[in-house]
Design a binder for this molecule. Sequence first.
Ligand SMILES: NC(=O)c1ccc[n+]([C@@H]2O[C@H](COP(=O)([O-])OP(=O)(O)OC[C@H]3O[C@@H](n4cnc5c(N)ncnc54)[C@H](OP(=O)(O)O)[C@@H]3O)[C@@H](O)[C@H]2O)c1
Length: 336
Amino acid sequence: MTLNTSVRLARRPAGMPVNDDWLIEAAPVPEPGPGEFTVRMQLISLDPAMRGWLDDRPSYLPPVAIGEVMRAMAIGEVVSSQHSGFAEGAIVLGTFGVQEYAVSDGTGVTLVNSRLGTPSMYLGILGTTGLTAYFGLMELGKPRAGDTVVVSAAAGAVGSVVGQLAKINGCRVVGIAGGSEKCAYVVDELGFDSAIDYKAPGLRQALAQACPDGIDVYFDNVGGPVLNAALGTLAMGARVVICGAISQYNAEVATPGPSNYMSLLVRRATMSGFLVFDYAAEYRTARKRLAKWVADEALTAPETLVTGTVADFNDVLLRLFSGDNVGKLILDVRPG
Ligand SMILES: NC(=O)c1ccc[n+]([C@@H]2O[C@H](COP(=O)([O-])OP(=O)(O)OC[C@H]3O[C@@H](n4cnc5c(N)ncnc54)[C@H](OP(=O)(O)O)[C@@H]3O)[C@@H](O)[C@H]2O)c1
């Protein structure tokens, strides 16, 4: 009998998640009923938002319940089907969870179109990552040619795409990333104009130097002191896009708000948050545009694939918080 190994939430983490927060369980693979299909997982997406889903507090999705399989986007192959829209052998994207097999009725599941991209691209550049960068920058950042665009977590999944899209839109792009290697990467490999290592002293001065006319668009993935420094460097009419705040996701005490927020008033700037899911109706069009840029080599889609099993989930998740990834972080659970 084939077993399905799943990763379930054993208890809510305090601060950084540890292995004891999870229960690894093996149970028989469920058979699909009428109108259902079974997926064998291949690639599991690691997302900073996962940390937020573990806390029992109101958010845009309910928290993962104790005992529940950890929520995750994943790519898998349909291995058994009683659903007319999902034949055996199809490669699909869905919220299948951190487990080896899942049964689905097709709700919220996307067929991977190999003409547009590879399966891993459907988790990265053609998935939530690329779509988040696209809608956050284009809809809220509203980049104009000649604008100075600054993006944090610049070598990460979303940030690397934001910077490249801003370049496509004729902007000057400054990345903020941890360490000289990542800074060199976004300039040399991704075509950013410059980059600042936020772990080195003098972030505020470095930003002022890199953006002598101020920041027109600040795309924030990290919150905390980096957001505060950017707020202190805004140009008149700047757009601050709040995409995420990874520096705060493991905080055990409330994080103080940015003290430089009055610069929004002085600079007549706006600061807006967004959720990529709000643009679901436009995913198909955006995905085609992103795929075209990749095909034209205007856009690179960096990925960090870590080979392992679902039991490695916690260790791989922690890489997002230590910065041990470039581009989209994926757990590759394909056998052999
Ligand atoms: N609004 C939405 O709909 C939406 C959708 C998807 C993702 N997001 C958000 O987008 C952001 C980026 O997500 P992603 O999937 O692309 O992750 P990612 O950028 O690939 O990985 C996270 C990166 O954050 C940086 N980081 C970690 N701890 C930090 C800290 N204390 N201070 C500053 N930087 C830190 C690390 O890079 P360094 O080495 O440079 O520190 C790490 O590589 C997250 O905040 C996520 O929640 C929002």
